[in-house]
Design a protein around this ligand. Structure first.
Ligand SMILES: [Ca+2]
Ligand SMILES: [Ca+2]
Length: 222
């Protein structure tokens, strides 16, 4: 049931795209409508991302204070072949918690690791988001953040390429806090090496055409 809405929206978008009707693409997972995201790091909720468009993921996390999280949210996304995750915007409605913000982390693959023993290096990246981040893209911050300068993640430079990724959102301060994220998929561009190979291949073809053309003509003339 959780996947139906994005799938239907994606199908609608495909139809409209065929008809060349201009329209902004969007999909969403809203906890208020779709239910609480999984708190099980081994079985995150699957959230479908809309290709060449935006997917909103919004909900709440809760804590009991002293770093104890009582509602953790895990969700897995698949960045399909030919697409990249280019941005993650913090949108309005985000409250976050504590003095330094709420936690968001990204694991490579379709599961997370046990939060009781997870270290920063298990994560591709992580960040402490807050209201000041509203309407900014924090994907690059997630890729470079290093709390206290002593907790490095694996690190990455956006965009995130085609693969499965698992997001982990939590807050240990006392209370319930809202988040509202926009994940943006865009078309992958060929890597420079691939582009160079293509250009080289095209160049070889062009040279061959130039060299074979006159020879054929001269044979015909003889
Ligand atoms: Ca939740
Ligand atoms: Ca949850």
């Amino acid at each position: 049931m959780h996947c139906r809405r994005p799938v239907i929206v994606a199908a609608l978008w495909s139809c409209l795209a065929v008809l060349a009707v201009p329209m902004s693409a969007a999909a969403s997972y809203i906890e208020l409508i779709d239910g609480d995201l999984s708190g099980n790091y081994l079985s995150p909720t699957s959230v479908a991302l809309l290709p060449n468009g935006s997917t909103t993921v919004s909900g709440t996390i809760a804590g009991a204070g002293a770093g104890v999280s009582t509602d953790l949210d895990y969700f897995t996304v698949t960045v399909p072949a030919g697409q990249v995750l280019s941005s993650l915007f913090v949108r309005s409605g985000t409250t976050s918690g504590g003095a330094i913000g709420s936690f968001i982390g990204i694991f490579p693959g379709a599961t997370a690791t046990n939060p009781a023993i997870t270290t920063s290096s298990d994560l591709l990246g992580y960040y402490l988001f807050r209201q000041a981040n509203i309407n900014t893209d924090i994907l690059d911050d997630i890729g470079t953040f290093n709390f206290n300068g002593t907790n490095p993640s694996q690190g990455f430079v956006p965009p995130l390429l085609a693969n499965d990724y698992t997001f982990w959102i939590q807050e240990g301060a006392n209370g319930t806090f809202s988040y509202n994220f926009e994940l943006v998929l865009t078309q992958a561009v060929p890597e420079p090496a691939t582009a160079t190979l293509l250009l080289t291949a095209l160049g070889v073809l062009a040279v061959r055409r130039r060299t074979t053309g006159p020879r054929v003509t001269s044979r015909k003339l003889r």
